[in-house]
Write a protein that binds this ligand. Structure first.
Ligand SMILES: NC(=O)C1=CN([C@@H]2O[C@H](COP(=O)(O)OP(=O)(O)OC[C@H]3O[C@@H](n4cnc5c(N)ncnc54)[C@H](OP(=O)(O)O)[C@@H]3O)[C@@H](O)[C@H]2O)C=CC1
Ligand SMILES: O=C1CO[C@H](CO)[C@@H](O)[C@@H]1O
Length: 293
């Protein structure tokens, strides 16, 4: 399997553009699923304190470090093109949950996440939701800047931030957020927010990139799948990669984990991309950020 592209974030840290999402992965299954995904070539994992599975994710990663991996992606035996997997080969994101906003609470929440993960650092730490009603996200972000300066996180960012939240943050922040992780899929393309991110140097990361599975049923996606001899999930993931999103589909079976990573040897053409652009419905599968506090 070919490896994921690894674009640089605004601070020069590289992120695997295709990662693996772990929302709703039961804690007892997380380690095995992470190990399966590593074997298929994934090197980027997205968890959160709220998902309750950081311990399993950390165990899956810890168990794989030092094992032999083919340098083009998945697992390998011994021989040419095989190297020992190191911590720096893997990109781990976790997030501070809504109840832990505020400077001191965020630092405490980070320590708890680190203890759960059993890692020395995380690659990306995100504010999970702005929770604007609480009025604390600037203080939360200040704590994240402290963690960044201390080298405990390689990059910091936000999630579910709307333009107004970004504007307030950019006014005060000393470190420009590397990422805004938002709901984004063919039925909710977030065109205006993506443009704003580009202007600010913030990477767009797509959560629920398959619309929690619902967008897979779109007939236009089905037609493209047929045209390319691919599956609907592969068409949607390929679309995310080609528009430049970081994308973190979640899957529960080895077959789907493999299928979702097998997207680096075909391309959607301009007509295909235009067709998907036309599927916009402004349809959310999750909450609107204004309604989460
Ligand atoms: N920052 C935030 O607020 C949020 C972040 N996230 C992050 O984004 C990640 C992905 O989003 P998520 O909500 O999980 O939804 P996704 O859009 O990734 O869809 C996951 C669903 O699609 C199904 N699926 C996956 N691959 C295939 C396939 N090849 N064929 C058929 N069905 C498939 C899965 O089924 P099955 O599992 O049964 O295989 C699951 O039901 C999360 O896991 C989390 O890490 C998500 C929501 C909010
Ligand atoms: O990351 C998340 C997973 O999905 C949940 C339910 O929509 C969200 O609340 C949360 O932000």
């Amino acid at each position: 399997m070919k490896p994921s592209p690894r674009p640089a974030l605004n601070n020069g840290v590289h992120i695997d553009q295709l990662g693996f999402g772990l929302y709703k992965v039961p804690p007892q299954d997380a380690a095995a699923l992470v190990a399966t995904a590593l074997g298929e070539g994934y090197r980027h994992f997205d968890t959160a304190a709220m998902y309750g599975n950081e311990t399993g994710v950390g165990r899956g990663i810890g168990g794989a470090i030092g094992t032999s991996m083919a340098s083009d992606g998945g697992t390998g035996g011994s021989g040419e093109g095989v190297h020992s997997l190191e911590r720096q080969d893997i990109f781990v994101t976790t997030k501070v949950w809504n109840d832990d906003h505020g400077y001191d609470a965020t630092l405490r929440a980070f320590d708890t996440s680190m203890a759960n993960l059993g890692l020395d650092y995380v690659d990306l730490y995100l504010i999970h939701w702005p929770c604007a009603g609480r009025g604390l996200f600037l203080e939360t972000y200040r704590a994240m800047e402290t963690l960044y300066r201390e080298g405990r996180v390689r990059a910091i960012g936000v999630s579910n931030f709307q333009p107004g939240h970004l504007e307030q943050l950019m006014h005060k922040a000393e470190v420009v957020p590397a990422v805004n992780q938002i709901e984004l899929h063919p039925w909710l393309q977030q065109t205006a927010l993506r443009t704003l991110h580009e202007q600010l140097g913030i990477r767009t990361e797509a959560w629920s990139p398959l619309g929690r599975g619902h967008v897979l049923t779109d007939p236009a996606i089905g037609a493209l799948a047929e045209k390319h001899g691919r599956t609907p999930a592969q068409i949607i993931i390929r679309w995310h990669l080609q528009v430049g999103n970081v994308v973190i589909p979640k899957a529960s079976s080895a077959g789907r984990i493999k299928e979702n990573f097998d997207v680096f040897d075909f391309e959607l053409d301009a007509g295909d991309m235009d067709g998907i652009a036309g599927l916009e419905r402004h349809h959310r599968t999750g909450s609107h950020p204004d309604n989460v506090n």
